[in-house]
Design a protein around this ligand. Structure first.
Ligand code: BES
Ligand code: ZN
Ligand code: ZN
Length: 481
């Protein structure tokens, strides 16, 4: 999508359709004064609707050069940026239905956070995963051009926010891709392809190198699959460094069948999205330069496919992790923590100030928080608070769970240093977090359980299934660290 910024008088700007947001009583949020007069009779008669979503479409608007005018009802008032994200997303879908490929929108009257929200609504609502559809002309039309009327010089910020959205869409593409096309090798190839144009360096370790490094825990997960595992290392160096190093770690199980602890078939298909943590990290790395991130950031993505076969890890097998800790694998479906354990140990090599991991780790997190909220826990409250604040700003909801020390008891193994599953059936998200904590003792660390990210039903601007959760939050978090 091309974004054009135009200053001057809105009334004289050419365009196919001008979009104006207004409250249900006809008070304009943006636009030009005379437009209020044109909306007034419709607001008074009730035709504009009593709630958010109502709209009035004028084919012969007065006093403007734009050929059409759409008034979109934001409801009683705008309480939060999310209302605007949904408004611009829904308004674009109305215009798309009328065959438009371009929109004219004025930023006059909107604060920065409102401008950002409106922009995110347009861009993210326009997202579609279409690579595998043959009849592309039958798909909903695309927003090819967005003209923003701006007299405050928002251009640079708009470019930054647009770049951040492109990271979310890269993460969505990865999550939407089926697992026969997106296996660990392909994910590594894509991360390498995006390195140069996006301003980071990529290094890939193949399966032999993973084994040689001593990542026995990670190695064990992909062992049953004909697809080789890959360890994706991405490094971003800022031009004017803050002196801080942050490592982002993302779980990328390109398909989680459960392994020999096979999952029931209902719901297994969703496990193509079990690389959502890795997608969030790759998506984030891909926008750091354009977002102007000041920290040195390393992205580590262990990628494996978890499959049953005669070579696969058996429940009761013991492996030695990179940290030296031995792990009894009592359930091969608790594989995410196994690949993360070694990546977290590896992360210490960079002497990080902060480490954050992202993983579609536990079904229990969905039981605890439902399909719209992710879990966060960690060994440093300041870092967790930064994540919670960032999550609020971009409305990717996160909620903190406690790392209950006493539950460490549940991870004891009779034969090894630790078991990969808890002996209690309760608190599975917390015990998974406690497992990871053993490998993250050397630095300030937070763990994001984003299981919700692959199950969300979608909304006005979000896709069903892998929706790129974590990218906007992470860029915002990095800004605050
Ligand atoms: N990838 C799953 C977790 C998951 C489930 C994510 C549903 C999104 C939606 C993970 O690898 C898993 O299978 N976890 C097990 C852990 C259990 C065996 C201790 C789970 O949650 O049941
Ligand atoms: Zn699993
Ligand atoms: Zn998994």
């Amino acid at each position: 999508m091309d974004i054009h910024i135009k200053s001057g008088k809105l009334e004289v700007l050419e365009g196919r359709c001008l979009l104006i947001l207004a409250t249900k009583d006809g008070k304009l949020l943006n636009g030009f004064d005379a437009a209020a007069e044109q909306l007034k009779p419709f607001a008074e008669s009730g035709e504009f609707g009593k709630a958010a979503g109502g709209n009035i479409y004028l084919t012969q608007p007065q006093g403007i050069k734009a050929q059409r005018l759409l008034f979109f009802n934001v409801g009683e008032k705008v309480n939060k940026p999310e209302d605007l994200r949904k408004a611009s997303a829904s308004a674009w879908k109305i215009l798309r239905g009328k065959g438009f490929k371009e929109v004219l929108f004025s930023l006059d009257g909107l604060e920065d956070d409102a401008v950002r929200a409106v922009l995110e609504g347009f861009i993210l609502a326009d997202y579609q995963y279409t690579d595998l559809k043959s009849e592309k002309d039958k798909l909903p039309g695309r927003l090819e051009s967005l003209t923003l009327h701006d007299n405050r010089g928002c251009g640079e910020k708009v470019a930054r926010w647009q770049a951040i959205c492109s990271g979310t869409m890269r993460a969505r593409d990865l999550s939407q891709m089926p697992a026969n096309l997106l296996h660990p090798e392909r994910m590594a190839e894509l991360a390498s392809e995006w390195a140069e144009p996006c301003g980071y360096k990529a290094t890939i370790l193949d399966e032999a190198a993973i084994k040689k490094e001593g990542m026995g825990s990670f190695y064990s997960v992909g062992y049953g699959s004909d697809r080789e595992s890959r360890f994706i290392i991405m490094e971003y160096e800022p031009e004017q460094p803050s002196g801080k190093t942050v490592v982002l770690v993302g779980k990328a199980v390109t398909f989680d069948s459960g392994g020999l602890s096979l999952k029931p078939s209902g719901g297994m298909a969703e496990m193509k999205g079990d690389m959502g943590g890795g997608a969030a990290v790759i998506g984030t790395m891909s926008v750091l330069r354009d977002a102007g991130c000041k920290h040195r950031v390393i992205g580590l993505v262990p990628a494996a496919e978890n499959m049953p076969s005669s070579k696969a890890t058996r429940p009761s097998d013991v492996v030695t992790s990179l940290s030296g800790l031995t792990i009894e694998i009592n359930n091969t479906d608790a594989e995410g923590r196994l690949i993360l354990a070694d990546a977290l140990t590896y992360a210490a090599r960079y002497k990080p100030d902060f480490v954050v991991d992202y993983a579609t780790l536990t079904g229990a997190c969905l039981v605890a928080l439902g399909p719209g909220v992710c879990g966060v826990m960690g060994n440093h409250q300041g870092l967790v608070d930064t994540i919670l604040k960032a999550s609020k700003t971009v409305n990717e909801p996160f909620w903190q769970l406690p790392l209950v020390d006493e539950y460490n008891e549940f991870l004891k193994s009779p034969v090894a240093d630790i078991s990969n599953i808890s002996s209690s059936k309760w608190g599975g998200t917390i015990t998974a977090g406690l497992f990871l904590q053993r490998f993250a003792a050397e630095y300030k660390w937070a763990h994001c359980d984003i299981a919700a990210a692959i199950l969300e039903k979608g909304n006005a601007y979000s896709t069903t299934g892998g929706n790129g959760t974590g990218v906007r939050m992470s860029v915002e978090m990095l800004e605050d660290l």
